[in-house]
Design a protein around this ligand. Structure first.
Ligand SMILES: [Zn+2]
Length: 219
C-alpha cells in the first residue's frame, strides 16, 4: 500500500483467477477479494486483481479523488473536524498504478528497496489504488511522520473516523501483520457498519478482523 503514505512531495497476477468466486470472510460474509468491493483486502499478500485496476466511480474531493461513497463520507468527516476547529487537509487519496510506480521508485532510490517496502507499496499492492484510502495532514510540521499521531487531527480521527466508515489502517506496533510501519495519517474506508464493527471488536488490524493472516512481506 504504498506509501502508503509517503508521497514524495516532488512526485507528483493475482492469486485468484479473474473468474474465481469472491472469497468472503466467514463471519461477516463480506467480499474481501474483488477490487471493486468496499471491503477489499489489499496488502503484500493480496494485490489488486487486476493489478492495473481503476475504480469506476472516482469523484473529486479537495484536489484529490476517492470513490464516490468514500468521498462523501470523507467530506462529512472533514467538515465535522473543521467545525471542531481542526485545520485538516487531504494530502493523498486515490493514486493510479502509474503514479504508484513513480512513488515506489522514488522511495527505492532514496532509501533502497528494503526500507522502501516498509513505507511504500509496490504498484498493484497499494490501498491508495482502491480509491478508498486517504492520508490526512494538518500542516503542523508532522505530515506523513510518526509525530502526526500527536496532532489534534490524528486524535480526532482515531476517536471518530469509524462513525464515517474509516479505520486507521496501519496501527502502531502492527508492522508484522500489516507489512507497514505506523501511519497515523492513513485511513481506509470500509463503510460505517464495518468500521464500527471493527472498532468494537478485539482485532488490532483489518487482517485480524477479516481473518486473512499476517502479510509482513511480499511472497
Ligand atoms: Zn496512505
Amino acid at each position: 500500500m504504498a506509501t502508503e503514505s509517503a508521497d514524495p512531495a516532488s512526485a507528483q497476477a493475482s492469486p485468484q483467477g479473474a473468474d474465481a468466486e469472491p472469497r468472503t470472510d466467514s463471519s461477516s460474509g463480506v467480499d474481501i477479494t474483488s477490487a471493486g468491493s468496499l471491503t477489499v483486502m489489499v496488502n503484500k499478500h493480496n494485490p489488486l486483481d487486476p493489478q492495473s485496476y481503476v475504480p469506476a466511480d472516482l469523484q473529486e474531493i479537495e484536489g484529490h479523488q476517492l470513490r464516490a461513497e468514500a468521498a462523501g463520507a470523507a467530506q462529512n468527516m472533514l467538515r465535522d473536524m473543521r467545525a471542531d476547529g481542526i485545520d485538516v487537509t487531504i494530502t493523498s487519496a486515490y493514486r493510479s498504478y502509474d503514479t504508484q510506480v513513480s512513488t515506489y521508485d522514488h522511495w527505492v532510490q532514496q532509501n533502497g528497496q528494503v526500507t522502501a517496502d516498509r513505507v511504500s507499496a509496490r504498484p498493484g499492492f497499494s490501498e491508495h489504488q482502491t480509491g478508498l484510502a486517504l492520508d490526512l495532514a494538518d500542516g503542523t510540521g508532522c505530515d506523513l511522520q510518526a509525530c502526526f499521531a500527536d496532532t489534534e487531527a490524528a486524535q480526532w480521527a482515531v476517536e471518530n473516523a469509524d462513525q464515517y466508515g474509516f479505520v486507521l489502517r496501519f496501527p502502531e506496533g502492527q508492522e508484522s501483520v500489516t507489512g507497514y510501519t505506523y501511519e497515523p495519517w492513513h485511513f481506509r474506508y470500509v463503510g460505517p457498519d464495518q468500521a464500527q464493527a471493527y472498532q468494537s471488536s478485539s482485532a488490532s488490524t483489518l487482517e485480524e478482523f477479516y481473518g486473512t493472516g499476517p502479510a509482513p512481506d511480499y511472497e
